[in-house]
Design a protein. Sequence first.
Length: 250
Amino acid sequence: MADTNIDLTRMNNERQELHILSLEQFSELGTTLSNHTNMDNAKLVTGIGTQLTDLRFANQLIRELGLTGKAVIKEVHGQSYVILKGHPGLREKLTGTRYLASNPKVIDLAIGQKRVTSAMITGARLSIFISVPMTVLQFLIGEQSTLLRLVGTIASDLVKISLSAVVASAAGMVAGTITTVAAGPIVAAIAFGIATALTLEYLDRTFGVTNALVNALENAKERTFGELARQIVRFERNLINDAVRRMQFR
């Protein structure tokens, strides 16, 4: 009986779910994903959504310290400390006035520039983990997609996500140097990150940056591998012609 329970527990832990689409549903999915505008909108919303998840840090911080709650980072004997201003008795978690920057409570509330940068990097990774599979799925379903378009689109997406994360982190660092408001860096990082993502997407759609990158890759391929293939065809044709001429003279 004990062995049976163990087997049932293992089966439950290893249980998997299989979702089956009808032909009509798969066709509808393929039509939606093959539309570049729909896919771009979906990836943009996803990218912004991952950055909006960082609002939970700002919300927790404001709840703990208040909207104008202040925190100052100071270096003491080679250690970074977070000095909190205000009344400790009004706080729920941070009941002291000084904490090491590496304190788990401080890290959980995203206080300090390093924690803000870490949050932005985490959001960028999540955007990449979601965006790249969406692009690959679009490539697999789309009838006119090419490998170079897949590579170019992924490269463009990675650049946009990376730039948004860099700008967001820089905004958080700048905010941390000009204000002592604890929530200032994380709020600035989120705001500038979203603004950058929207701006880059607008520029891409307006000036066709991704399409230009794909065209550049195709031109490069045509100048290299395409020319090599043509040379091989000419060489084979010359060999065949030489062989035919020799047979005629015999």
